[in-house]
Design a protein around this ligand. Structure first.
Ligand code: MN
Length: 676
């Protein structure tokens, strides 16, 4: 909840040092002190609109950063973040006093000075662009910028009203979504509420008032829930801390608007969070919650198995709680919790080695995308538009035929999918199958689709694709190809140069190839072939054989041996080439787990999900991924990726699942697709 008075009251170095002492005792106080003294001297005589000395601002920014448990470098840079922009100090001076790292961070958050012939909007976009590029080099740049923004928003009431609205809009548009994409949900929530307060004061006050009115009743309810769960966890000897969830006014407002619901309906959704030590306890606690109250199957989400792209992990379930109220339950480990609230900043808390941090934030594909396409967008408006689009948090999850999960923006098409797999796949894409049916390339994909791209050497991108593709990076890649094409046509000299450059090899995505290699070297694949030692062996993806299945090997051209089930339909068209088939035996496969995609169809009823997970746990299989949705009014489909030891194990699992009341069908996913 916002408490303006508390947050506006300025604090001094004593507070910072005190916060640091508890938050991060490893911080080098000498460096902090030195940065503080330098900032005090540099900002000497400057006053903020609130009437306070300017130094209070960098000080508060440093306190926010300290609260996020960031390192010495970041906190020092936080203290110094405005000296280059607002005082006579230069980057050279900073460098000589504080070194390269701190200087780079300060530079990253320093505005590009306005140049003649630039409108304010252009200068702003240029500054933003510069900051994002600096962020890709060092993600702490954006963390400092967000802390800066947060303190400016906390004190925005001292600005003239028209400035307030402009800054609040920019916060809502760019900075809050940026924070969200980096997983820094505490900061994004506060930024949104502060901006919401300025942009929609009436609605803000209404929600605040309504919450205050119902608070006592709600607290009592949640307290009971807490007690019930705690008692059960104690009995079972599972450690778990049950906490309430902070109220976020803007998200309530958004839900009311987007879902066209009343405050009452939204607020009736009660939520708790359970935090525990280990991942296995998360699933244990899920079981406990599902035993106490009936889950609503469609609302179960396993973000532990499939983290969101901002690294968020948690189990989400909604149950019909006491008195028939829907109760949202989030279950996660302490580390997941830190990541959920602080996002990328949590890395410093867990003191992971810097290379791990680098690797992880490189996985934040949107940052990679931004650097890729930002250079291409000369036009300010287009840059801002694409940036907003990339920050747009809605995303869908679709599958490759091999079961790999691909995240795409909402509204993405098979072309976006093809480029997300690999640029060459996109460039040679000629058609697409969704769930084994041919679809137009402009089809909008939905979560759960299994997408297969048909490629051809003669295929190439078309200008028309630009009209329907969704992600900025796809657009960029198509444009790059088209531009190259234009150049090729421009003249023979140009064209031969282009050809040299263009000796692209790829037909298989790189990581895929690495996987294949390591697969063949893996001793434990559990297959022997007479007389063959160093041969590339792959289990075919069309029938996904597992130990116990009657299998046969097919010698491919240049890609080793593919193992199929003997009755695999795809072998029929190869049957003329008898000499390319070889016999294969399973061997030493007992202790190896194989992933299998399994679907369970059922008539929805209470406790259904609980019964299914119970049976799976009795069958001693690991759930790698779980997904649930209701197709019609009451037909539920669950998709699992399970680890099985072999055919017998799979049979046992299938048998158990089929015997569950109201389950109508159980099948391996790929087989259904092929046999249909
Ligand atoms: Mn500042």
């Amino acid at each position: 909840m916002l408490d303006f008075e508390l947050k506006i009251r300025s604090r001094d170095i004593t507070t910072l040092l005190a916060v640091l002492k508890t938050a991060n005792p490893d911080v080098d106080m000498t460096v902090i002190r030195k940065a503080y003294d330098f900032a005090v001297a540099a900002h000497e005589g400057q006053v903020r609109l609130s009437g306070e000395p300017y130094i209070t601002h960098p000080m508060e920014v440093a306190i926010i950063l300290a609260g996020l448990k960031l390192d010495t470098i970041t906190i020092a840079a936080g203290l110094l973040h405005d000296v280059v922009e607002d005082t006579g100090a230069t980057l050279d001076i900073i460098k000589s006093k504080f070194g390269q790292e701190i200087t780079q961070l300060v530079d990253g958050v320093t505005k590009i000075s306005s140049i003649k012939n630039r409108t304010k909007a252009t200068a702003q976009a240029a500054t933003l662009r510069k900051m994002l590029i600096a962020t890709v080099k060092d993600v702490r740049v954006i963390i400092i910028k967000l802390a800066d923004k947060l303190h400016n928003m906390r004190t925005i009431i001292f600005h003239p009203p028209e400035d307030q609205v402009r800054v609040a809009k920019e916060t809502m548009d760019i900075y809050a979504p940026l924070a969200r994409r980096l997983g820094m949900s505490n900061i994004s929530a506060e930024l949104e509420d502060l901006a919401f307060h300025i942009l929609n004061p009436d609605e803000y006050n209404e929600i605040k008032y309504s919450i205050a009115q119902r608070n006592t009743e709600l607290e009592e309810y949640l307290d009971n829930v807490r007690k019930t769960i705690s008692a059960r966890l104690n009995e079972l000897n599972i450690t778990g801390t049950i906490v309430g969830r902070a109220k976020h006014y803007y998200s309530i407002f958004k839900k009311i608007k987007e879902q066209k619901k009343t405050f009452q309906e939204i607020y009736d959704l009660r939520g708790i969070r359970i935090i525990t030590k280990e991942i296995k306890d998360c699933y244990g606690i899920l079981g406990v919650v599902h035993t106490l109250w009936s889950p609503i199957v469609t609302r179960f989400k396993d973000y532990i198995a499939v983290p969101k792209s901002n690294m968020y992990q948690s189990l989400h379930t909604t149950v019909i709680g006491p008195e028939g109220h829907w109760l949202e339950v989030q279950i996660r480990t302490e580390k997941m919790h830190a990541t959920a609230e602080m996002g990328i900043a949590a890395h410093w808390l867990y003191k992971e080695d810097p290379t791990a941090v680098k690797r992880d934030y490189k996985n934040l594909t949107f940052l990679k995308d931004i650097t890729e396409w930002q250079a291409d967008l000369k036009d300010t408006r287009e840059f801002m538009k694409s940036l907003r689009m990339d920050l747009y948090e809605n995303e869908i999850f679709v599958f490759t035929p091999k079961g790999k999960i691909i995240k795409l923006p909402l509204g993405a098409t098979p072309v976006d999918f093809a480029y997300a797999i690999h640029t060459e796949i996109g460039n040679s894409c000629v058609g697409a199958m969704v769930d084994n049916a041919l679809v137009p390339l402009k089809t909008q994909l939905v979560s759960g689709d299994i997408v297969e791209i048909l490629t051809s050497k003669k295929g190439h991108p078309s200008e028309a694709w630009l009209k329907f593709v969704m992600s900025p990076s796809t657009r960029y890649k198509i444009r790059t190809w088209l531009r190259k094409q234009d150049k090729d046509r421009a003249g023979p000299e140009e064209s031969s140069k282009q050809k040299d450059e263009k000796t692209v090899k790829v037909s298989i995505p790189k990581d895929e190839r690495i996987k294949l290699k390591s697969f063949s070297k893996q001793k434990g694949i559990g297959i022997t072939i007479d007389g063959a030692t160093d041969v590339l062996i792959r289990l075919s993806q069309c029938c996904q054989p597992i130990p116990g299945d009657d299998v046969v090997g097919f010698v491919t051209r240049g890609r080793g041996i593919t193992v199929h089930k003997r009755n695999c339909p795809s072998l029929k068209r190869l049957s003329r080439e008898k000499e390319r088939f070889i016999n294969i035996l399973w061997e030493g496969a007992e202790n190896i787990f194989y992933p299998v995609k399994l679907a369970v169809e059922a008539i929805d009823r209470s406790n259904l999900l609980k019964d299914i997970t119970n049976e799976l746990s009795h069958a001693k299989t690991n759930i790698i991924k779980a997904e649930a949705h209701v197709e019609n009014s009451d037909a539920a489909i669950f998709r699992f990726i399970l680890e099985v030891r072999g055919n017998d194990h799979l049979k046992e699992i299938t048998h158990r699942l089929k015997n569950i009341r109201s389950v109508t069908r159980v099948y391996k996913l790929n087989e259904k697709v092929i046999l249909k």
